[in-house]
Design a protein. Sequence first.
Length: 289
Amino acid sequence: MRIDRTIFGALETLRVAAPKPSASIRPGDRRSRARGRGLDIADFRPYVPGDDLRLVDWNIFSRLDAVLVRLFHEDRDLSIIVVVDASASMGFGTPRKLDHAGELACCLSFLALRARERVRVVVAGGGRAKGDHLGALPTIVDALERVEPTGVADLPASLAQEADRGRGDHAVLLTDLLVEPDVREATLRRLAALARRPVLLHVLGDSELAPNLEEAVLVDSETGEEVPVRGDKKGYEAELARWRSEIETRCKELGILYAPAFTTVPARALMGDDLRRRGVTEAARGGGR
């Protein structure tokens, strides 16, 4: 896998989006449902002996003669699982889909680690790396750069294995999803169960978006199966649109955020533009950290 290590400088104003409250027990800067010490008032309750008098709202006491204690939103961190498909089909395109997926995985890891959030990066059927501070980023990048696309990755099994290690607040799967319909269904179901906010980044390259239909056959890179083609560009484009729409619709039914991640758009542009509009990333507090 080839990763541009200069890409992170363009991400200073972003962070991983978190529209749902964090379920973590570790302190951080993400809103949670927990009540405790924080910056934003969540509610009030009657004072009981032993409460910290600094939490009493004396303005309310002076106006209503009621002793109420302020409750604050307690900020927690996020746990993020990033799964990269390294099957043989990910080795095609210019740039290769695997390189594109690797850069996006590193970008997401950088944003999380910079905020001291927990990250697990997993290669389906292969290795993994994790960390909770920016010093872990070189280890994650090194682990991904040792990966080459090969064979058929068992995506459902890899996702189930990660679920056994613990669900996350976020789970992001980067794949071309060029699998049989039953495997695709199992993959999406496993992804939906892996985190409170599952995300599919659908990685497609020029070999899918604009294939050479002048050839007599298309060859499945993973199974070697040959499929005859007739050079019907309009028919291919219609089938591609139908296939992508079917995947996006199923993702919505399962509560998965679907976002295309075409290799024709550089990773840094995707992170700050399309993925930001779709709610995968958002502006960092204060424009950066």
